[in-house]
Design a protein around this ligand. Sequence first.
Ligand code: ATP
Length: 442
Amino acid sequence: MEDIVSLCKRRGFVFQASEIYGGLAGFWDYGPLGVEIVNRIKAEWWKAMVSENDNIYGVDGAIIQNPKLWEASGHVAGFTDPLVDCKNCGARHRADHLAGTDSTDLAELKVLLKDKVCPACGKKSLTEPRTYNMMMKTWVGPIEDDSSVAYLRPETAGSIFTNYENVRETMRAKLPFGVAQIGKAFRNEISPRDFIFRVRELEQMEMQYFIHPENQDQAYEEWREFAWKFLTERLGIDKQNLQWHEHAENERAHYAAAAHDIYFNFPQGFKELWGTHNRTDYDLSNHQRVSGKDLQYFNDATRERFLPYVIESSVGVGRMFLAVMTDAYHEEDINGDKRVVLKLKPELAPYRAAVSPLLKNKPELVQKAQEVYKTLKNEFGNVMWDDNGNIGKRYRRQDEIGTPYCVVVDFDTLEDDTVTIRNRDTTKQERIKITDLEAKLC
Ligand code: ATP
């Protein structure tokens, strides 16, 4: 983890939020290279989820909604984590993490934590586990009183449910259909940690698939498969780094009838990356009850009226970014030299190629290299000019940020319009014609 954190900072992938003021626990900023990868991950998900499906519609809901939404969803009453406080030093810890369990059952946790000491001060002075609401509160309007309390959404799913009927009607959608959203969510996590793995401001990519209850098993399997294929085929993540984890009953969220997570082999171990949940009609029935609006679906052909079930596919963008970085990060020994290389899928890499003149003090090389650079930049956009240091150093720098190809203009280029192109993964160079470069980088 330290290596990845240090690379992320050193090379402009991720910075601590408000770093010059000492940062703020659980908040991170993406830098110039990080935001490129994050944008590509989101674009790929949107493409696979929305653009390539006939029956998935996108929305972009507000972060702050009517607080009744979160009462209906169960978040006001039940969005809780078990925690313990240290009576000696005041530190607060997640009880389930400290007990090394996925269970959130308070009685069970009490037994497991009986002999535990506070990880911060080492004293055996922990309180009994209790629950704590993780929603972030704010006030809407000029008066800060109970009547103006609102919440920053703890998940994007909320405005998908409240827009279910709007989407169905405006898109004339028939079951099964899904509504997808990418957006920020906020959770006042007790112990944000493991870099961007557990944060307080996160971004989610979620899709709720509305179905007839009798299709729940089939739809559930389809969306589990979607998640697995997206990670392995679209992002190129190694299958060895992924595992299925089925939630036991005491681990499942209050709404879920079944839940399977994909765990990724993060630097701190296999942990949750992507959840597929069967939420049944929990959400629509609660929103129907609290709002008083009829949310039933009417099937014209069968004259049947019912509340759809929902299969949810939910993943955090930051966790996916961390998984992509971890999967891509390699240290290799090249003739006694350590090289750090990010073996990112070329489509995800911040830069598709870097272009250099062999020597930066030879104007004829620089001019020719600039021509090549401009042509490629026009074509691909994310192409980098790099003339700093010697060629070996440039290669190492580009390897570290995952640039798949380095193109070098040398004296032969001036004679025959060929350049060398070096492959990040094999470190092999070949000579090709400038006119073949675009096809090679595609
Ligand atoms: P965890 O058990 O890790 O707290 P969760 O089961 O509460 O996660 P969900 O509510 O199912 O997570 O959220 C869906 C996805 O959002 C998770 O699979 C994860 O990728 C991401 N996510 C949830 N909480 C956080 C967080 N605090 N920081 C970063 N990503 C998160």
